[in-house]
Design a protein around this ligand. Structure first.
Ligand code: DLL
Length: 436
């Protein structure tokens, strides 16, 4: 279902004309209202008027996370605080939080884009949406909430945590859709099973899952455990929150970026050079409709590919592939670059292994080491009767697969079912002891 066909199906030449017009207005506005942009444009010898075509954008400087930190908390806002009706912040694992602001119209735009996401998942005002994204400074909870209301669906503002209660409400209220991180979807499925609930028999039809990287293999696990279509939703606080892009139920192959609101580029993270669609690189966004906190060429550090092929759903907006991970989450193990999601994909293809794992990176002398701890499933654990040999067989297979598919040497350690940490929001599966 297409919520706003006028914009979501706009022929590309018209879409690009609209993008250029909006981009020129945003560039002018930030140049006038935000000292950071006046300085950075001036330093590059550019004026907003130099943006005569979309291709001209490549001449403009990037904005990055450090610029946001340097201007903490509000110095990048392009509207006075009297026009700002909402603040959110992303904590981040290092450094100061990133603070973002919204005007009334920004909230309306965001709600409309989130409503588009729900419609892309096949939802209407007849659906009930269980929203287990955290409410608060995190953008997930309120972002999804306003979008669900905009669509006219009934929203359960569950927030994260309290898993037993969540499972009770999933049974009693019988929502048709769930919003949460993919790792929490698995966690819910597991705890439900432990409570004796048939999680496949719930009324849930679709999951709108995101906020962290996950693999195609993980999609299979979740779809199987909950008997749903598991769709991918992407976003980041700086650019808006959830709803920057969303996978459609019809295509289920890449996330449509709402290009009437966000101009996307992929760049080579090392050189900053703009890449062609299809080439893997870092996503860079310029906002086209945001009032309070517009950004020009914001470097996300998220690595993926763009795909301009037409989609079966009829949307004309470009699709982004799965985010493999953030450039700063990439592990370099003895010179081989690898994302945790790639390790996940290899592991999930081995039977007897559960989608719960931890990666421990360390250094012995000058050599990096990687230990993969992964849970064995109940059935195999019972069958093995604690027989080390059975588990060692899987360890060996995993070790070989990681070497064959990814070229990394890892120690693999199978651990007993339900011994690794579970997550309610974003999963944290990497411990890098090298930094300590
Ligand atoms: O995670 C917004 C969000 C909420 C998206 C709910 C989807 C659903 P931040 O906390 O600012 O915002 O984190 C943004 O999370 O730069 C990516 O690295 C990662 N991320 C978000 N969605 C996905 C996804 C929210 N579908 C950062 N796949 C982004 C992979 C994702 N990574």
């Amino acid at each position: 279902m297409i919520h706003n066909p006028e914009f979501e199906m706009l022929p590309r030449p018209e879409l690009e004309a609209l993008q250029l017009k909006r981009l020129q207005q945003v560039a002018q506005k930030v140049y006038n209202n935000v000292p950071f942009y006046k300085d950075s444009f001036d330093k590059a010898g550019l004026k907003p008027q130099d943006l005569r075509s979309l291709a001209d954008l490549a001449k403009f400087p990037f904005t990055n996370k450090q610029d946001l930190r340097d201007n903490y908390p509000f110095k990048l806002f392009a509207e006075p605080m009297s026009a700002v009706v909402r603040l959110h912040a992303s904590s981040g694992t290092t450094g100061r939080a990133t603070v973002v602001g919204y005007t009334k119209r920004d909230i309306e735009t965001w709600s409309e884009l989130m409503a588009r996401c729900f419609a892309a998942a096949g939802l209407t005002n007849k659906d009930m949406i269980h929203n287990a994204y955290g409410y608060g400074l995190f953008t997930g909870g309120l972002g999804a909430h306003y979008g669900a209301e905009k669509l006219g669906a009934s929203v359960i503002p569950m927030s994260g945590g309290n898993t037993k209660r969540q499972i009770m409400l999933l049974q009693d209220f019988a929502p048709t859709a769930i919003c949460c991180t993919p790792s929490y979807a698995l966690n819910l499925a597991e705890q439900g099973r432990e409570m004796g609930v048939d999680m496949r028999a719930l009324k849930l039809r679709v999951g709108i899952l995101g906020a962290e990287p996950w693999s195609e293999e993980m999609r299979g696990e979740i779809e199987d455990a909950l008997n749903i279509d598991a769709l991918n939703i992407y976003g980041l606080s700086e650019i808006m929150g959830p709803g920057v892009s969303m996978e459609c139920l019809e295509g289920k192959n890449g996330l449509h970026i709402f290009e009437d609101s966000f101009l996307v580029e992929t760049i080579d993270p090392k050189t900053g050079e703009v890449l062609k669609p299809g080439e893997e690189g870092e996503l860079v966004f310029s906002t086209l409709t945001k009032e309070a906190f517009p950004l020009i060429r914001y470097r996300t550090r998220d690595i993926c590919r763009l795909n301009l092929d037409p989609c079966v759903c009829g949307r004309t907006h470009v699709r982004m592939g799965r985010v493999m991970g953030r450039s700063d989450d990439m592990l370099i193990i003895r010179g081989v670059n690898v994302f945790p999601s790639q390790i996940e994909a290899v592991m999930m293809n081995v039977s007897g292994v559960e989608p719960h794992y931890q990666l421990i990176v360390d250094r012995e002398g000058s050599l990096d080491t990687l230990e993969v701890q992964v849970e064995v499933n109940d059935a195999l654990f019972a069958k093995s009767g604690g027989e080390i040999k059975v588990l060692q067989g899987i360890e060996k297979k995993l070790k070989k697969d990681l070497k064959d598919y990814l070229g990394i040497s890892a120690q693999v350690k199978m651990v007993a079912p339900k011994t690794l940490q579970r997550f309610e929001g974003k999963a944290n599966r990497v411990t890098d002891k090298r930094k300590i």
